[in-house]
Each structure stands twice: as C-alpha cells, then as structure tokens.
Design a protein around this ligand. Structure first.
Ligand code: ATP
Ligand code: MG
Length: 381
C-alpha cells in the first residue's frame, strides 16, 4: 500500500495569555491510500486538532505532516489554501454550507475556486448531487433541506475536486441515528471506491464501520491494549422499583467517579455496592489494581481551562440544604454563577462536564451533557 499521509511527532500548543494548552503532544501516524481510519477518544484529547493538522487547516507547533510525500506543515497561506482546495475534502459536524446558495451552487464553489469552467462545474455538481442521492434537491437552499440532506450536500462539496483525502470531524454529530447511518453508508461507499477517509467521532457505529481505529488520550495516541468489553450487571433499586442495567465496566466506573477519588472508587468496586442519588446499586465485586483504575480515569476527558461554560446549553440546578431547584438559563443567579464557576470535578464521567459556583442561596451546579449522550443515571430511576 502506498502511504498517503504521515505525521512525524507533531505537536500543537495553544497559547492563551499565560497558559499553554498542549492539545497535541507528539503524534506520529501513517495512513495508507485507501484506508478508512477513525480517530476516537475523550472530549478535549486533541482529535480535531490532529485532524486539522493532517489537512493543513492548521500548522503544527513542532513536527511535520506529509501528504503524498509533500511537507504540508510548512506551507505558506496561499499554498496551504491551494493544497486544501485540491487535495483534501472536509466534512464538519455543522455542515457549514453557504446559506444563500443552493445545494448545487454550494457544490460548485470549490470547483469555481479551482478555475473549472462554468459548464463543467454544473455538470460535475449535478453528478455529485446525484451520487449522494440529492439530484432532486439541487435548487434547494440549505434551510430547505433536512440535516442529513445538508450533510450529504457538504459531502458532495468535499468531493468536488476529487480529493485524495477526505477528513470528517464528527460528521454524524448533529444527526439522529437513522440519518447518521445514511451518512455512514455513504462514507463506506466512498471508501469502497478508493477514497481515503479519516473521521473523528464519538459515534460508536461510525467508529465500528471504519477499518482502523486510532485511540487518542491527552494529546497522544493511546496504544495500550483496549480494556475488556465485558459488561457488568448492575441492579438498581430506588424505593420499590428495581431494574438491572448491563454496563461496560467503564460506565460503572464513570458512575462511581462522580465526586470521588480513585481509591474510593476502587474500594466501592470491590465492595460491589453503593447508594447514590437515592438509588442503591449492587453488582458482582470487581477488583482492579490502582494502576488499572488510574489508567481508566485518565481516559475520561481532561479538564480544560480553554473550554468555555455555556450556561444556555447546561442544566443549571440550585442546590440548597433543603433540596434542589432547576434554574432557567436567564435566571440572574445563573448569570452571576457563570462568571465564577469552577471545574470542581475533572469530569462527570464520559457524558458531561460539571461546573459549580457558590451563590448566596446555595450552590449553582451546571451540568453540560454531550449531545446525543445521556448519563446512565438519568434513566436509572
Ligand atoms: N483555538 C484554541 N485555543 C485554545 N485552546 C484550544 C483551541 N482549540 C482547542 N483547544 C484546546 O485543545 C485541546 C484539544 O482540543 P480538540 O478540539 O482537539 O479536542 P477534541 O478531542 O476534538 O474534543 P471534542 O471531542 O470535544 O471535539 C482542548 O483542551 C481544547 O480546549
Ligand atoms: Mg473535536
């Protein structure tokens, strides 16, 4: 197989005033022509940053990226633009179609930039829209298309100049499961026809469809053996209601981690029972070494000072000794607490970030759930 992309010890630091975020800290990876690679890992581990480096959207702070043997990490602005236009197709979670242009005009844009004649542009855009099953929608504006259709237009646009490399960042992130499956099918067809695809995703189905999965953690490639896939039966009892859930061990551990330290979690796992939020959970005791547990803890998203708290997207609750009250985003207590919120727990498991700030009436807690994911305890009752 011919090598298409090679990253050599790439690093990317972001400077924010005094702080430096080491988003990618030394990644080397080689991708052959025709491969389909999924990059997965916890939020904030550097997946998007790496993808942008591979596609010369961004330049590394150190290290080099080669595409088709050419060093693209040190291109000037104009050369980088030209390279992206002709060699790379990008697909994003939010589609980024031009709202004032029709589907066909959106697909024609990169062709026009590449200097393709008007007739040829039309022809090619029409072919591409037919390919993604949208021949009938050529004259629609993005706002007149469903999410899945918009993403298909975006894919047609990404393919316009027949790129060697297709890069996708969470392409199914905004779509429901069925529409997401259509996009997965389309990527699969493209890869089957020879396009090299690199996709960043949280979507397990999408990752499973890829031929190769690269795991990232804290800005590096994580090539430790994958944790066992066995599930733990956990019996949840709340009052008189009772149900059994089958969680991956990781999920149980994430559930136990909230507000706790590694050692406490290990003790709980070995005891096989705990009570949380009025729910008593029991399972077959699990013994993990401190090292294993620390390794699992590290795969949870790391706290990042660069990640902003968006109160409108969070569930804000006022916690008082007398109980808790749900607050609306425009509540003045939410506004005040936002500016003072601290990241109290590094993470709330793999599903959410939790921020808290003390207010005069109690503690305002923000829980930011990841789209499409919900914590298991929200359905545990
Ligand atoms: N422009 C930026 N300025 C400062 N820090 C940034 C910038 N972009 C990303 N970061 C930080 O770099 C780290 C890696 O970000 P990146 O977007 O690559 O993560 P990710 O793995 O794609 O996460 P997610 O799954 O949430 O999209 C994070 O800590 C993030 O806050
Ligand atoms: Mg990302």
């Amino acid at each position: 197989m011919t090598e298409l992309v090679r990253a050599e010890d790439v690093r990317r630091d972001y400077r924010l005033g005094e702080d430096v975020v080491h988003a990618v800290r030394g990644v080397s990876v080689s991708i052959d022509a025709g491969e389909w690679v999924a990059i997965v890992g916890p939020s904030g581990c550097g997946k998007s940053t790496l993808l942008n480096l591979l596609g010369a959207i961004d330049a590394p702070s150190a290290g080099r990226v080669f595409v088709k043997g050419r060093d693209v990490s040190s291109l000037g602005d104009r050369e980088a633009t030209r390279f992206r236009l002709l060699e790379v197709g990008f697909i994003f979670q939010r589609f980024y179609l031009v709202p004032a242009l029709t589907a066909r005009e959106n697909v024609e844009l990169p062709l026009a930039e590449a200097g393709v004649s008007r007739d040829e542009r039309r022809k090619r855009a029409t072919e591409l829209l037919t390919y993604v099953g949208l021949a009938e929608r050529a004259r629609h504006l993005p706002a007149q298309l469903s999410g899945g259709e918009q993403q298909r237009v975006a894919i047609a646009r990404a393919l316009a100049n027949r790129p060697a490399l297709l890069l996708a960042d969470e392409p199914t992130g905004e779509l429901d499961a069925r529409t997401g499956a259509e996009i997965i099918g389309l990527l699969s067809r493209l890869n089957g026809e020879g396009t090299t695809v690199v996709v960043v995703t949280h979507d397990e189905e999408l990752a499973a469809a890829a031929r190769r999965v690269v795991h990232m953690r804290d800005g590096v490639i994580d090539d430790r053996p994958r944790e066992e896939t066995g599930r733990v039966a956990v019996r949840m009892q709340q009052g008189s209601s009772e149900r059994t859930v089958h969680w991956p061990l990781r999920t149980l551990i994430a559930w136990l981690f909230v507000g706790r330290q590694c050692d406490e979690v290990r003790a709980l796992l070995a005891r096989g029972e705990t009570t949380r939020d009025g729910t008593r959970a029991t399972w077959t005791p699990v013994r993990l070494s401190a090292e294993e547990l620390t390794a699992i803890e590290r795969t949870f998203p790391a706290a990042s000072p660069a990640r902003a708290l968006e109160p409108a997207r969070a569930r804000a609750t006022l916690l008082t000794p007398g109980g808790s009250v749900l607050l609306t985003p425009d509540d003045s207590r939410v506004r005040d607490a936002t500016s003072r919120a601290i990241y109290r727990w590094f993470d709330y498991g793999v599903w959410a970030d939790v921020w808290e700030a003390t207010s005069d009436d109690g503690v305002v807690r923000f829980e930011m759930f990841r789209p499409g994911e919900s914590p298991p305890w929200s359905t545990a009752a």
